[in-house]
Design a protein around this ligand. Sequence first.
Ligand code: 6PG
Length: 465
Amino acid sequence: SKYEIALIGLSVMGQNLALNIAENHSIAVYNRTEAKTRKFMEEKVEQQQIKASYDLKELVSSLAKPRKIMLMIKAGEPVDLVIESLLPYLETGDIIIDGGNSHFKDTNRRTKQLAKKGIRYLGVGISGGEYGALHGPSIMPGGNKEAYQEVEAIFNNAAAKTEKGACVSYLGPDSAGHYVKMIHNGIEYGIMEIIAEIYDYMRKVMALEPAQMSYIFAEWNLDFQSYLVEITAKILQKDDPESGKKLINLILDKAKHKGTGKWSVQNALDLGVAIPTINAGVNARLLSALKEERVENSKDFPAPDSVNVNNELIIPRLKSALYFASVIAYAEGFKLLQAASKEYNYQLNYQEIARIWEDGCIIRSAFLEPIQKSFAVDNDLSTLIKSDQFKDKLKAAGADLEEIFTTAAVSELALTALHAASDYFNSLKSEKLPANLIQAQRDFFGAHTYQRRDKEGVFHTEWEA
Ligand code: 6PG
């Protein structure tokens, strides 16, 4: 009999997702390199309803109609190439699902092109890494709604579950799913950097050992329930099997990235939305990449002597910093989602997005419950900092940042994301910003005109007259 779905691309993510789907649905799999498929079938597949296919035509013909074909391949050109090679075998009404980290504009283009050919397209963000793919990821689908309804059962079964349901929900038309995944990753970059800066403070200012930091992060995480904090605590415990030293101390401090954080920032600028904390996460990776240059420069600028801080007093403040900056990272991300929803007509439901991020994905945490409550009251809430869920706690935590910033400054420590979060908050709650001076400068050198506080209209001044 025919198979319910096909999956193309047997990287670790693809393999694990196929195994996950196969628990409830029959699935046919294909990979460009045959050997990978054979190895997967021999080593990973046991009794599951998984059929290996070594030919695209045969893969397509083994599927029930309308065919559902999921791509788990590298974002970019490979997706176009695979779609191109599938097309000759597809019929009107068939469904292609892109489960990779595709750029949302590519997804829009593919959706349009394929619609002309009668093929229905779904751009689906999937988060949760290898483990999530196998045991339940967070799934962010967008695109053709009728097509979604045909794969809904498969996604529901595969997704992570909370008591509120499966961590999957139709998010909106076109690239809504891939857009939301991109912002998920932007927030991921922000929170990773926030945690990294707190780690940097702990080692450089407080002179703590990784095992001590691990204990602190684990303790905080009783409240935060954050996956990224949880893995940080585990990372800081890990010994290098060869040397017996802490592995973290042996890892080169040069961070890589595959684009989704950068895309978030690029698109934020396009939409005129500030996401400085997320941007700090991207910039910090770029600066980290300049390792050789940094080592060279450090000879001219030796690190200052360390300051004495009272660890007992400072640890709760670092916890506040983690709380504060994390909330801001989410706040920036959701504000960008709101702007994008307007611009691209996604009609996003933010409570629902926070709900499907509660489990399975990389940014899952206890923050997502109050975020849901905030948007339940008002889907158009202008910013999470105004929510009753966060307002008072942000005020208190903001005050706690001061001592961290002062002591970090003495140690010449870069806390870019923490500063960005604090400055974002301070700007967004400022009745007055110095933009009056910016306007005057613009008008001075370029006659760009300005508006006034005391009367209506547009004004220009001959500044040197
Ligand atoms: C996820 C992750 C994942 C992402 C990696 C790598 O939600 O499971 O976001 O999709 O690809 O985290 O991202 P970078 O290589 O850009 O750090």
